[in-house]
Design a protein around this ligand. Structure first.
Ligand SMILES: Cc1ncc(COP(=O)(O)O)c(C=O)c1O
Length: 404
């Protein structure tokens, strides 16, 4: 190895942080351990037989194109299909110029700061918010400005006050990062009224909104909400979609919908990153949606995750000591737990691991270092039985911490 590696590394490489969650997951590989720590969809939801059928079909009919480089913008029939689905309600009039396929949403979360962020720029995010988003923005030198959530998502009163304060100081954030549907990690879904408030504020202060919505279609109760993209309709919203939670995360397939001027810049940024997303994967995914398999399988995923959430929540009601609260999400993969004030979820993690149950301490999702008494729990990966047993073990660990 060269003698001065540390000296030649870029400033941005220094800003990159190893994911705390990935490090935690390494500690949770023991088979006897029930892990609620990861963000994984259930492998039972992977449509292996349909994939075999579609893969063979693509190879039999179109191998040359499937295995070749493709356009950076993405495979046209897939883009058209997605655009048509967004236009279905009649509120949007998107064209192909409004959508680019990406190598799943995490790539989009890296491309966005690549085109928008200079070191020191501010980005608004929720307290708490998806760690992978905050980390990607921070790698380009973005400074996160946290806004507290209530049971409806980012608090619009605090957002307005913060933007007004920043304006007085001659500052403007590059964008507001929101996860309106079954937020990761909080499990909260924004009602339309809150979505509209945030859009109004974004327009008033002339700021972009990044609407990251990987869980949108995993709704198993409550009323479906319109996307902020649809509610806005004036080009202030950049919507991130992905197949990861509704099909297979291993395909690494997602997309961005935005004003064509933003898409144009994203396409150039993506060219430098990976030239294109796999054509093979895009062609299979296109057939998967076109044939109706996505919509058909979504119902099964929703039902299965509902049962898993119900099993976990019922066990919490049965076993949790007084003073512990949790969100009961209408969809998605996570719920968020709050311990009594003063209790430390990081310390609880050590106790819980001994009881063979794991979770992610919530503080990693707070860009201000808060949330010490919170934890994120995934309910989609383990079976109903394990969700129940894990909840019992977690309650036992919390009682130990409380000295009971
Ligand atoms: C809010 C949020 N955004 C983006 C991602 C990344 O998803 P993808 O697999 O599409 O890269 C995740 C993954 O868990 C997420 O929770």
């Amino acid at each position: 190895m060269i003698s001065d590696l540390d000296q030649i590394l870029s400033a941005s490489s220094g800003r990159m942080k190893r994911s705390v969650i990935r490090e935690l997951l390494k500690m949770t590989q023991r088979p006897e351990l029930i892990s609620f720590a990861g963000g994984l969809p259930s492998p039972e939801s992977f449509p292996v037989e349909q994939l075999r059928e579609l893969t063979n079909e693509v190879l039999d009919t179109n191998a040359a194109a499937a295995l070749q480089y493709g356009e950076t913008e993405g495979y046209k029939p897939l883009r058209q299909l997605l655009v048509d689905r967004y236009n279905q309600s009649g509120a949007l009039k998107l064209t192909l110029d409004n959508l680019v396929i990406t190598t799943a949403s995490q790539q989009t979360l890296d491309l966005l700061p690549k085109i928008f962020i200079n070191p020191g720029d501010k980005v608004i995010c929720g307290l708490p918010s998806y760690l992978g988003g905050i980390a990607a923005f921070a790698a380009y030198g973005a400074m996160p400005v946290g806004i507290e959530l209530d049971q409806h998502g980012i608090r619009s009163d605090l957002l307005r006050a913060k933007l007004a304060e920043m304006r007085q100081q001659g500052q403007k954030p590059k964008f507001i990062y929101v996860i309106p549907d079954f937020q990761n990690p909080a499990g909260i879904s924004m009602p339309e009224s809150r979505r509209r408030e945030i859009i109004d504020i974004a327009r008033e202060f002339d700021v972009l909104i990044v609407e990251d919505s990987p869980y949108r279609d995993v709704r198993f109760s409550g009323e479906p909400q319109r996307t902020m993209l649809e509610l806005d309709g004036t080009g202030h919203v950049i919507l991130l979609g992905t197949m990861s939670k509704v099909f297979v995360p291993g395909f690494r397939l997602g997309w961005v919908v935005a004003h064509e001027a933003v898409i144009d810049k994203l396409v150039i940024a993506k060219q430098n990153t990976d030239l294109c997303t796999s054509q093979f994967v895009q062609m299979i995914t296109h057939k998967y949606i076109e044939r109706g398999y996505l919509d058909e399988n979504l119902k099964k995923i929703q039902q299965s995750y509902k049962e898993k959430r119900d099993a976990m929540v019922a066990a919490f009601h049965k076993y949790m000591p007084k003073g512990v609260t949790w969100t009961e999400p209408e969809g998605g993969l996570f719920l968020f737990m709050t311990l009594p004030e003063g209790m430390d979820a990081q310390a609880l993690f050590e106790v819980a691991i001994k009881e063979n149950v794991a979770f992610v301490p919530g503080t990693v999702f707070y860009c201000d270092g808060g949330g010490k008494n919170t934890l994120r729990l995934n309910f989609s990966f383990m079976s109903k039985e394990k969700n129940e047993e894990g909840a019992r073990r977690l309650a036992k660990a919390i009682e130990q911490m409380m000295g009971k």
